[in-house]
Every structure is written in C-alpha cells, then in structure tokens.
Design a protein around this ligand. Structure first.
Ligand code: IMP
Ligand code: MG
Length: 180
C-alpha cells in the first residue's frame, strides 16, 4: 500500500509473529488444564486475537465485545458504552481480555469493572501494545506484546477512521491526529 500517511514502522511483521507465538506459549502454560474465555474488544483486537488463539495449545473459547467511548475518535473520555455484549456467560470462568492497545487505560478499566461484576473466576489482560507514558489509571496488564512511545499507531487492527487495519505491521500515523 502506498500512502504518505503511513509513517515509521514501529513493529515489523516478523516481530509481531514471534511475539504472538511467545504470548501464546506463555498463556498455554498459565492456563494448562483450564479453558479460558478470550474476549476480544472489537474491532481492533480481532486481528491480534485471531493470531493469538492459534498460538494457544489446549482448549480455549472466544467471544467479542464492542464498546465506544464518547468524545473524539483518538482520545478516550473514559465514558464507555457497550455496543455489543458477550454472547456467553462468564460466571465462574477464566477470562482473558484481549486488547489491541492500551493508551490512557480508561476504556479497559471500565470494561474490567463491568466484567468483574459478572463474577468470573479470574480476569487477566493481554494487550498487544501499550503506551505507558499515557496511562491515567493503574492497570495490571499480565501479558503485553510491545511497549511503544507516545505515537498514534496504525496497522494490524489499529485504525484511523477505519483505515489501515489491514497493514501487516504497526506503524506511526503520519497525519495530524488533532485533525481527526
Ligand atoms: P484508552 O481508553 O485511552 O486506553 O484507549 C483505548 C482505545 O483507543 C484503543 O482500544 C484504541 O481503539 C484507541 N487507541 C488508543 N491509542 C491508539 C493508537 O495509537 N492507534 C489506534 N487506536 C488507538
Ligand atoms: Mg480498541
């Protein structure tokens, strides 16, 4: 894809593949003889979760949630609305929330509160990317793919107004994020 707004590559395809394999192996060990419910947060995490699940050995199931945060498309207000809820009950289950990126952490923090109220046996988080310098709430991310600098990232599920999700790498967005 030729596009002047695709900036510097932050994570190459082979690095993504290697890290996904490592995370899958770690999760397989940690959840041995259990059957975790992987919850993907749409739409961004759909790409990561599809690869991650195939790197997990043993039984696991998948479900999806869609949330929207009020306010601008690139900065979270912390007010989150559930657009699509889970199909299955998570009561008594081992839940692993799979996120594409944790920025301020406000979206995830809201989601975790909502999920914990349903009394799962455990709840952990696996995030492909995290921007620690932007964090506004304290979150315990058990599995993290890569820490990236405070840059707006696109690709491998991450979008700008629905574009660029199909890039096989993660890159810095070269456009002006304040314009969005
Ligand atoms: P948070 O609530 O600030 O942690 O924002 C989380 C959500 O904002 C992510 O799930 C993404 O949908 C979106 N987001 C945050 N940073 C980026 C980015 O760099 N690129 C694309 N989407 C982002
Ligand atoms: Mg998201």
């Amino acid at each position: 894809m030729r596009d002047a707004l695709i900036g510097e590559v932050l994570v190459q395809p082979d690095e993504l593949a290697r890290r996904v394999r490592e995370l899958g192996a770690e999760i397989s060990r940690d959840y041995k003889d259990r059957e975790p419910v992987l919850i993907g947060v749409l739409k961004g995490a759909a790409f990561f979760i599809a690869d991650l699940m195939r790197a997990i050995e043993g039984h696991c199931v998948v479900d999806f949630m869609a949330v929207s945060s009020y306010g601008s498309s690139t900065a979270t207000s912390g007010v989150v609305r559930i657009l699509k809820d889970l199909d299955m009950s998570i009561e008594g289950r081992d839940v692993l929330v799979v996120e594409d990126i944790v920025d301020s952490g406000l979206t995830l923090s809201y989601l975790l509160r909502t999920l914990r109220a349903r009394e799962p046996r455990s709840v952990e988080v696996c995030a492909l990317l995290t921007k620690p310098s932007r964090r506004r709430v304290d979150l315990d991310l058990k599995y993290v793919g890569f820490e990236i600098p405070d840059k707006f990232a696109i690709g491998y599920g991450l979008d700008v107004e629905e574009r660029y999700r199909n890039l096989p790498f993660v890159a810095e967005y070269g456009g002006n994020v304040d314009d969005l």
